[in-house]
Design a protein around this ligand. Structure first.
Ligand code: CU
Length: 174
């Protein structure tokens, strides 16, 4: 198991240049306050909005440009098949990738997560210290309290949308 994890980290070494950035403070994940609110809009063309895959409780950290930020959210899979999240997009960032924070000998490292599984009938929490969306190349300043739309694409071709609240840099949950 250890060998596998080290292998993953080595493969992704090129992505770790921001490991010390504030977005990845690697604080312990707090108890996640869950709400049932779900915000979803019709797609503006392209992928079909999923009826079974929904994203809620999305929030991102406000950080001064050009510092990379991070995004967190909850994905629910009400379908009968495992789903895989393959990408996320936020217009305010030029590059968004999916990451997972891994503990390695007591140190936190990040690994790229190309396809993140959400079990049938289950849910997955992207949260500090765990899975997160890495938001790079910010194209505009985002004020705390603002809401930005995010798109999520799954391997099946389905899509989901959510509104993400901009939280202070030291926020630990929405
Ligand atoms: Cu990251």
């Amino acid at each position: 198991m250890r060998k596998v994890i080290i292998g993953v980290i080595a493969l992704c070494a090129g992505s770790f240049v921001y490991a010390a950035s504030p977005h990845d403070a690697h604080v312990p994940a707090p108890a996640h306050a869950q709400t049932t609110q779900h915000v979803s809009k019709a797609p503006e063309g392209g992928a079909e909005l999923s009826k079974t895959l929904t994203v809620s409780d999305c929030w991102i950290r406000s950080l001064p440009r050009p510092t990379p930020s991070a995004g967190y959210f909850v994905i629910k899979n009400a379908g009968n098949n495992e789903a895989k999240l393959v990408s996320m997009s936020i217009p305010a960032f030029g590059q968004v990738s999916l990451h997972q924070t891994i503990d390695q000998d007591g140190k936190s490292r990040m690994a790229v997560a190309d396809a993140v599984s959400i079990p049938a009938g289950g849910e997955l929490h992207f949260k500090p210290g765990s899975y997160h969306a890495m938001l790079e190349k910010p194209t505009q300043a985002l004020a705390v309290g603002a809401e930005v739309e995010a798109g999520f694409e799954f391997q099946s071709g389905e899509a989901a949308k959510a509104l993400c609240e901009v939280k202070p840099a030291n926020a630990l949950s929405r």
